[in-house]
Design a protein around this ligand. Structure first.
Ligand code: MG
Length: 381
């Protein structure tokens, strides 16, 4: 289902203590704002609008560099004005789902988004994750303490889901009043509201001590995914072969539609496989004349860009070339350097290996060259 997101991060976050506002602090080495943006894009958001203080728009470019599908707009004096500014910046039909999310909840995941969209699809006008209150509640007033019944009490979290037109209308009715919870606007208007399963991982960073807890949770909010790729090309007449982005003088060439760099093709498929993005043939159809004789580096760079655009990071890649000739060993250092450049990762994360099949099979008979590759990437959960 197509949906849009609004990340609200215009507040000062004064309760989080002195120093950088919490949106910009680092958590697991990345700005708090980036966690939500990456996760919502990875969950399939069509567009993400980030609402920020006007003097922070440049900082967003830095914090969200490499991601695609987002833009930043300046917020207003109150949270309600900021949400309204974000809604005005969203393009979409009135019935498109829009998720409003608080940037201070960095660990939103695809499962949360799916539950909210399902609630809208089932007829709710608004939906939010909510958790039962498990602690005993106390009220302190005028020197006395009393216990408050917690039956039926729930803690609302974000993201909260709406239809774009309905939420715009609610904010138009609100006028100059403020709202700390978007769901409340639909409740007050008598709209059908659904609660989805809340999650302790949707914790809100409010106080300084919350950051220590969040640092411990940061590892659980990212997952490691592995992809595998295979490619083979036939030997034909020629004077050089391209392997892993390096040209090697040889008495034969690999035959193919592009430059026939089987190493790059296998690795491209491994990366696409790791993020579930199909295969190289879907992204670069051999029937398309644009790719005739193309340098395959563009294919690999495209796949690496998709990983980054989905909030992912390449952990390591490993390519194995299977051929009797040419000797790969002397070219291996150059191949590692070239692959690291294309992928934008340190050389230490790139491995190139080679083997023969001792004269057996099509590689042994030197009819063709086989390349295999694996890639490990880390993405939002
Ligand atoms: Mg190929």
């Amino acid at each position: 289902m197509s949906f849009s997101c609004l990340i609200v991060a215009a507040g000062q976050g004064l309760r989080a203590g002195p120093g950088e506002p919490k949106t910009w602090r680092l958590l697991g080495g990345r700005p708090v704002l980036r966690w939500s943006a990456e996760a919502l894009l990875a969950a399939g958001a069509r567009q993400v609008v980030v609402v920020l203080a006007a003097d922070r728009l440049d900082a967003a470019q830095e914090a969200l560099g490499g991601l695609t599908g987002w833009r930043a707009v300046a917020g207003g004096a109150t949270r309600a004005r900021s949400v309204a500014a974000g809604l005005a910046a969203l393009a979409g039909e009135a019935d498109e789902p829009v998720l409003v999310h608080d940037a201070a909840r960095p660990f939103v995941a695809a499962a949360h988004v799916e539950a909210l969209l399902a609630a809208l699809a089932a007829g709710a006008e608004a939906a939010a994750p909510a958790l039962p209150v498990s602690d005993t509640l106390k009220q302190q007033a005028g020197g006395t303490v009393r216990t408050v019944p917690r039956d039926g009490l729930l803690r609302a979290q974000t993201p909260q889901a709406f239809r774009l037109g309905r939420l715009r209308a609610a904010y138009a009715e609100l006028g100059d009043a403020d709202a700390t919870d978007d769901l409340a606007l639909i409740e007050r208007a008598g709209g059908r509201v659904a609660l989805t399963a809340g999650d302790p991982m949707l914790m809100k960073l409010t106080y300084p001590e919350d950051f220590a807890m969040a640092e411990r949770l940061a590892g659980a909010a990212r997952i490691t995914r592995v992809g595998f790729g295979v490619d083979a090309h036939r030997w034909g007449p020629g004077e050089a072969v391209w392997l892993c982005g390096v040209r090697i003088a040889h008495d034969q060439a690999l035959v193919g539609h592009s430059d026939a760099d089987a190493g790059l093709h296998a690795l491209t498929d491994a990366l696409l496989g790791a993020i579930g993005e199909g295969d190289i043939g879907q992204h670069f159809p051999p029937s398309d004349p644009r790719w005739r004789g193309a340098a395959s580096e563009a294919f690999l760079a495209h796949a690496a860009g998709l990983v980054t655009a989905r909030g992912g990071r390449i952990l390591n890649v490993d390519v194995t070339l299977v051929c009797e000739r040419p000797k790969v060993g002397p070219h291996r250092p150059a191949m590692r350097i070239r692959l690291a450049q294309i992928l934008g990762v340190p050389e230490s994360r790139v491995s190139v290996k080679a083997t023969t099949t001792e004269g057996m099979g099509y590689t042994g008979r030197q009819e063709g060259l086989l390349a295999q590759a694996v890639a490990a990437v880390e993405t939002p959960a």
